[in-house]
Design a protein around this ligand. Structure first.
Ligand SMILES: Cc1cc2nc3c(=O)[nH]c(=O)nc-3n(C[C@H](O)[C@H](O)[C@H](O)COP(=O)(O)OP(=O)(O)OC[C@H]3O[C@@H](n4cnc5c(N)ncnc54)[C@H](O)[C@@H]3O)c2cc1C
Ligand code: FES
Length: 278
């Protein structure tokens, strides 16, 4: 059993939790993830390891309540226990040897981008962060990012905070201004990762994206997380979740991720626990 030792609401839908998991805290690297189950009947849900504290033996997760399991997790409190919390899973992001990086997050994808920005910055890489959100009320991690980058640019689609526009506009502007990145990391909604990759491709800038296909076992056995990268079949849970953004078949990924939409909608509508008034 894994105890929730700290809980913090970052915006109306996004929660940060610290969970006691000393072995994972000792081993985890940026880019890896855990799979949790709330109880023995629960779904297996992957979440990125947003941070670790090896001394306290804790792992931080940041998640958006979007469906049954993440909404149930958001209702849990400090002192409660999770039945399973397995990790670190997946390959760590390869971050060695870069001098100038631009790390880009979209929405809750900023939580997944944060550990890479932090790791690069701690390796003396010069890091620019572009954190994009739909509007001011859902901005998260501003103070956290400020501590782990050289420049932080916040964009909002509606212009209610930071600069108005998409992260791709800001990236293009920074490239046009002469910033010479040897690495771009983009993590967020699939279309965002696709269009960031389109911006960097003509300049030959190495671009990593973190893919979020449906995962079940997280060990390469079930085939659920199959993605096409450079014409080859890969399994995001063991070969990723990071891949070369210029080689990913984003359209196939989008199609596969909507495969269970109807069941997920049905599940959310009929879950009595979530629909009760609290
Ligand atoms: C490697 C990886 C890391 C992730 N890290 C984060 C993170 O740090 N923070 C965060 O908020 N979200 C993260 N996600 C997405 C998160 O796993 C889903 O939001 C969660 O599974 C939704 O489950 P649900 O029961 O609440 O919602 P559901 O109603 O079941 O699903 C809502 C949507 O979530 C996605 N989803 C559902 N089940 C899975 C599954 N088993 N595996 C992957 N995606 C699924 C689908 O796109 C689905 O349409 C990550 C996904 C992957 C693959
Ligand atoms: S989640 Fe089963 S193969 Fe990746």
């Amino acid at each position: 059993m894994f105890q929730i030792v700290k809980k913090e609401q970052l915006n109306s839908a996004v929660t940060r939790m610290e969970v006691e998991a000393p072995f994972i805290a000792k081993k985890a690297k940026a880019g890896q993830f855990i799979i949790f189950r709330i109880d023995s009947h629960g779904e297996r849900v992957p979440l990125t390891i947003a941070d670790t504290d090896a001394q306290r033996g804790t792992v931080t997760i940041i998640f958006q309540a979007v469906g049954r399991s993440t909404k149930m997790l958001a209702q849990m409190n400090e002192g409660d226990f999770l039945a399973d919390f397995v990790g670190p899973l997946g390959k760590a992001t390869e971050l060695e040897g870069y001098k100038r990086a631009c790390v880009i997050g979209g929405g809750v994808g900023n939580a997944i981008a944060y550990p890479s920005a932090k790791a690069l910055y701690n390796m003396d890489c010069e890091v620019d962060v572009i954190a994009g959100f739909r509007s001011k009320d859902i901005v998260i991690l501003e103070d956290d990012f400020k501590k782990v980058c050289n420049h932080l640019y916040i964009t909002t689609d509606d212009g209610t905070y930071g600069e108005k526009g998409f992260v791709t506009n800001k990236l293009q502007e920074l490239i046009d201004a002469g910033n010479q990145y040897d690495l771009v990391i983009a993590i967020g909604p699939i279309p965002m990762m696709k269009f960031v990759s389109k911006v960097t491709e003509p300049y030959g800038i190495k671009t990593l994206v973190s893919l979020n296909p449906i995962m079940i076992d997280g060990t390469g056995m079930c085939g659920g997380c199959r993605v096409s990268v450079g014409g080859e079949i890969k399994f995001a849970c063991v070969d990723g979740p990071d891949f070369d953004g210029h080689l990913v078949d984003y359209d196939e990924l989008m199609k596969r991720n909507t495969f269970y939409k109807e069941q997920e909608r049905h599940d959310a509508e009929h879950c009595r626990l979530l629909n009760q008034t609290v």
